[in-house]
Design a binder for this molecule. Structure first.
Ligand SMILES: Nc1ncnc2c1ncn2[C@@H]1O[C@H](COP(=O)(O)OP(=O)(O)O)[C@@H](O)[C@H]1O
Ligand SMILES: [Mg+2]
Length: 231
């Protein structure tokens, strides 16, 4: 992924829209997601959203960042973006931040919550990076401390977006799912089999997570060949 020093604009490679501009490519898709999420958030009183996927590379980090940015910039909501993918964190790379001094350090009791907040150029957006690398981070995200952390974030921000692991790679996303209000499942269009996605959704439901919906990433709208025949 491309590093972004300049947050206001469009990062073509990372597919990130950082301010409302209908002329930007992919803006329509991001706006569609933003509109739908706004309705869900209002109707179901959702504040904490976890972004996950069935397998790796489906666009979790891309969607998590776009979601947080659109609520921070377009709705002016006080938004927190947390990197809870402790094995393969990516948010610090996009925002060119230090990975250390993040959520892991807070959960291990080595840092206060407020010390982990990282400000970026974008107004209304705060980031918490993954923190220092651990040999075995399993269990941390399902801990009592994490439960407390999620509640504290809820009392401090309007919206909290958690970027996580893929469900089939690690149990950490499953552990976090019952602690948040809702789960957004990202599916890379044309890549992951329907059964795998269904399995991932049912694992989340079994873990008592609440699946808000599926985001179809990189959806292509094909023009059927008969249209060409007509014209
Ligand atoms: N809609 C898209 N179109 C093109 N490339 C994309 C799209 N969504 C994600 N990518 C690219 O795919 C790669 C994996 O995306 P990422 O968000 O890091 O996935 P994950 O966090 O699920 O592993 C990245 O290089 C990202 O820029
Ligand atoms: Mg990622």
């Amino acid at each position: 992924m491309m590093k972004t020093k300049e947050y206001f604009g469009y990062n073509r490679k990372a597919k990130i829209v950082t301010r409302p501009n209908p002329k930007l490519p992919y803006f329509g898709g991001i706006l569609g997601l933003y509109d739908q999420l706004r309705l869900i958030i209002k109707r179901r009183c959702v504040k904490n959203i976890m972004v996950t996927s069935a397998v790796v590379g489906e666009g979790k980090t891309t969607i998590a960042i776009n979601t947080a940015l659109s609520f921070a910039t377009m709705a002016g909501r006080n938004t927190l973006l947390v990197d809870t993918n402790l094995r393969y964190p990516g948010i610090h790379k996009i925002f060119d931040l230090d990975r250390d001094h993040g959520i892991t350090d807070v959960l291990l009791g080595e840092m206060d919550l407020e010390e982990a907040f990282k400000k970026v150029k974008t107004n209304n957006l705060t980031i918490i990076t993954a923190g220092r690398t651990l040999q075995n981070p399993a269990g941390l995200l399902g801990s009592e401390k994490m439960k407390w952390v999620v509640q504290r974030f809820s009392s401090m921000f309007d919206l909290i977006v958690y970027d996580t692991h893929s469900v089939t790679v690690s149990s950490s996303a499953l552990m976090l799912s019952p602690l948040v209000d809702g789960v957004m499942m990202v599916v890379y269009s044309g890549k992951t089999r329907r059964e795998i996605v269904q399995l991932a959704c049912s694992s989340i439901r079994n873990a008592e997570g609440n699946v808000l919906g599926v985001v179809l990433n990189n959806r292509e709208y094909y023009i059927p060949s008969y249209v060409y025949k007509i014209i």
